[in-house]
Design a protein around this ligand. Structure first.
Ligand SMILES: *Cc1c(COP(=O)(O)O)cnc(C)c1O
Length: 393
């Protein structure tokens, strides 16, 4: 098992799980195409290995939030279409098009910037238009959309390939009516473009929740993020697709000491040992995404196939575990914070419940100094990383 040399702590990413999840989602979405969303470094899993695994398993598009993320995929030799989920600032439009990233556009200024940048690019640069149907984050209003679309169609070098929107509450069972209303507004926007003679080939609206819970939202393509990584966007959707969490967070015990009953530990002395016990130190802390509140909220870790409570305040680089009396726990023992050991499993959803957040924030929050170790095809992916970048192929 390769792991960090300077500190025995790592995040294990199972690329077989990514492939399994991708294939399951592709089957659910078919005949719609599957776009794997790999923004935020693949939700903390590593964008390049995840993108490769997803493309192997049936995804045909990738999506990222910012131009640099798309460039990194191109540098790794990935040639699949890559959608930018927000309109790039004018300053980076030329870079985006030079890397064959597909820009999302929703302002006339954005269209002008893309048209200017496209002169240096291919004969026709495909662009996707985004209409705001109720999320109210970014996107043209339904009233402005036709102007933006006309500008894009009239611009030399641009072609409107896609029209999309984003669902605000597809994972909320009580908000199905709102999702249906968003889809109605989306189809109305499509019809307005059609009346203007503009017929995008690719309509897309669904995130993971939309894909799983709202068949009507699948259109020509779905954009799945969290589900590719093995988590369901809402507890209510859990049983509908067989998803496997891809990331585990692991470490090795760095230090163990026996302490007497009542001994208080870590900053603020907030935890007192209920009886004599072995206190184990684990070399991960809040900088690594092991949030400071976890111990207070009653989080456990797995050591020696058993659940054991975190003890005291999590510090920046380390935390403590109360292993109880005569535990047999020793330095070097594997600690599972998220993942499986023996008969037990701890999920990012469990942490999310303790911390009143969502699995997305947990997996994205695993810090960049935690090395990602790939299993289930990681070595092959590593070898492919040696391939020359696109321009040289
Ligand atoms: C992040 C994002 C997605 C993916 O959402 P999940 O809930 O992770 O599936 C899809 N579309 C857009 C526009 C996004 O920003």
């Amino acid at each position: 098992m390769p792991e960090a040399r300077s500190r025995p702590a790592w995040a294990e990413v199972d690329l077989d799980a990514v492939r399994h999840n991708t294939a399951a989602l592709a089957a659910v979405a078919a005949p719609a195409a599957l776009c794997a969303v790999v923004k935020a470094d693949g939700y903390g899993h590593g964008a390049v290995p995840v993108a490769r695994a997803a493309l192997e398993a049936g995804a045909t598009w990738l999506a990222v939030a910012v131009v640099e993320e798309g460039e990194a995929l191109r540098r790794a030799g990935i040639s699949a279409p890559i959608l930018l989920l927000a309109e790039p600032p004018a300053e980076v439009m030329a870079e985006a098009l030079a890397q064959r990233l597909t820009p999302t556009l929703y302002t006339v200024e954005g269209v002008e910037a893309a048209a200017k940048a496209a002169v240096h690019g291919r004969p026709t640069t495909p662009v996707h238009l985004k209409v705001d149907t109720g999320m109210h984050r970014v996107g043209a209003t339904p009233d402005d959309l036709v102007d933006v679309a006309r500008a894009a169609e009239d611009a030399h070098g641009l072609g409107v390939e896609g029209l999309w929107t984003h669902l605000a509450a597809a994972e909320e069972p009580g908000e199905d009516g709102f999702t249906i209303e968003q889809l109605r507004r989306f189809e109305d926007a499509r019809d307005r473009l059609a009346a203007a003679g503009i017929h995008p080939d690719l309509l897309h609206a669904a995130n993971s929740a939309g894909t799983i819970a709202h068949p009507a939202a699948r259109y020509d393509m779905v954009r799945c993020g969290i589900s590719v990584y093995g988590y369901c966007p809402g507890q209510a959707l859990d049983a509908r697709v067989d998803l496997r969490p891809a990331m585990s967070l692991k470490a090795r015990v760095s230090f163990v000491k026996a302490l007497g009953a009542g001994e208080r530990v870590s900053y603020g002395l907030r935890y007192a040992l209920p009886g004599p016990g072995d206190l184990a130190t684990v070399p991960l802390g809040y900088d690594d995404g092991v949030r400071r509140r976890l111990a207070v909220e009653g989080a456990d870790v797995l050591i020696g196939g058993r659940r054991r409570p975190m003890a005291g305040t999590v510090t920046m680089d380390q935390f403590l575990v109360d292993c109880g009396p005569s535990s047999g726990v020793a330095p070097g023992d594997e600690v599972v914070l998220i993942g499986r050991q023996g008969d037990h499993q701890i999920t990012a959803d469990h942490w999310a419940g303790l911390l009143d957040t969502i699995s997305y924030e947990i997996v994205c929050g695993i810090g960049s100094r935690v090395p990602r170790v790939y299993v289930g095809g990681g070595i092959e992916a590593g070898q492919r990383a040696e391939q020359p970048p696109l321009e040289e192929m």
